[in-house]
Write a new protein. Structure first.
Length: 164
């Protein structure tokens, strides 16, 4: 079984919002480090992009400092749950993914909904510790308190021991 990293809504539109920028900037390095570790382990990296900013607008694009690569998978979504009316579930099944590590924006909306969507579809979800952002840090703390959270160091150990 594989483990996939799902990076939710790390887009220009949200980095451009004054009330979100600090939280997003605070997780950027950790998320990019995690992307690198997933690629090193030849595990899938999936970027989810919310269509709310408008797919033709610059706000829809991934933030310029995101470590995205053309070999990654990119999925556009219209709803908070990244699984709802997208091909995410089928893509994960085709890649023999059993566990998903979720990071990105916004903790109390799209990240939480994607976590629950993964669980409902039989995947083992976890949040990336220090890898979720919000317009209000109390929501980050709350979501990390109620859902399974793991560090990239634990995931790295799993990769080394082939325990993913």
């Amino acid at each position: 079984m594989n483990t996939a990293l799902i990076v939710v809504d790390m887009q220009n539109a949200y980095f451009g919002m004054d009330n979100c920028r600090k939280s997003l900037q605070g997780i950027l390095g950790y998320v990019n480090y995690s992307i690198h570790k997933f690629r090193e382990a030849d595990q899938p990296v999936i970027f989810i992009q919310d269509e709310d900013p408008g797919v033709e607008s610059p706000g829809y694009d991934l933030y310029e400092k995101m470590d995205a690569d053309k070999t990654d998978i990119f999925i556009s979504k219209r709803f908070s749950n990244s699984f709802w009316q997208t091909d995410l579930e089928n893509i994960l099944k085709d890649l023999n993914v059993g566990m998903v590590l979720i990071c990105g924006f916004a903790a109390e909306y799209c990240v939480q909904a994607t976590y629950q969507g993964a669980m409902e579809r039989g995947f083992e979800p976890a949040l990336l510790q220090h890898g979720i952002a919000s317009s209000n840090e109390k929501y980050v703390d709350f979501v990390q308190d109620i859902y399974r959270t793991t560090s990239i160091k634990v995931v790295e150990y799993m990769f080394k021991t082939k325990g993913f």
